[in-house]
Ligand binder design. Structure first.
Ligand code: GRF
Length: 201
């Protein structure tokens, strides 16, 4: 199975997935790491690990034109799965539809709570005692696709956005590789919007 990972910056989730795929010897290939930013630090990690990289910039392009260019680059690698990992773009419905059922995203909150940006400051502002991260299939509705995996962390009284983000990120690096492995192993089924993980095959 071919996996293409999209990043916009550090790419720490991408790195966690690359490392897990190697150490656990998943039956798949990380075919490419693609970014919408030429300065994404994650591109250097991918290149150092022998993974093909590409950059598709949005400057001067309409949303539709950017998505079309991105889709063309992605499909060069014939992906069975597209992984959004810190990819900071809102994708058009046509793009999302093209990868229906084979595109995952990680969102740093316990969806459906706190969709959108600045999730940790949203959590602190609302005084929740539990926060976390969610891996979900991407649908046209932002941050609302079928949920594959979640992890929860306690919110500490003295938490700042940074300390909370750091604690959540540790969990992201655990649940994202696991969710991608489940997909690669063909263990994910979606029944009317609900994801079932089939037992160890
Ligand atoms: C993470 O909080 C992730 O949940 C969000 O983007 C942040 C950076 O991710 N999607 P990464 O280090 O670029 O993978």
């Amino acid at each position: 199975k071919n996996i293409v990972i999209l990043i916009s910056g550090r790419g720490s989730n991408m790195q966690a997935i690359v490392r897990a795929a190697r150490s656990e010897q998943w039956p798949c290939r990380i075919a490419a790491v693609i970014s919408n930013r030429a300065d994404a630090e994650g591109l250097a990690f991918a290149a150092e690990n022998g993974i093909p990289t590409a950059v598709v910039v949005s400057k001067g392009l309409s949303r539709e034109a950017f998505d079309a260019a991105l889709q063309e680059q992605i499909d060069r690698f014939a992906p069975d799965l597209v992984v959004l990992a810190g990819f900071m773009r809102i994708l058009t419905p046509a793009f999302v539809e093209h990868y229906a059922g084979r595109m995952l995203n990680i969102h740093p909150s316990l969806l459906p709570s706190f969709p959108g940006l600045a999730t940790h400051s949203q959590a602190l502002a609302t005084g929740v005692k539990v926060h976390g991260a969610t891996v979900h299939f991407v649908t046209a509705e932002l941050d609302h696709g079928p949920i594959v995996a979640q992890a929860a962390v306690a919110v500490h009284p003295d938490d700042t956005e940074d300390t909370l983000a750091e604690r959540v990120l540790v969990q992201e690096h655990l649940i994202y590789p696991r969710a991608v492995r489940w997909f690669v192993e063909g263990r994910l089924a979606i029944d009317n919007g609900l994801v079932r993980v089939q037992e160890e095959v």
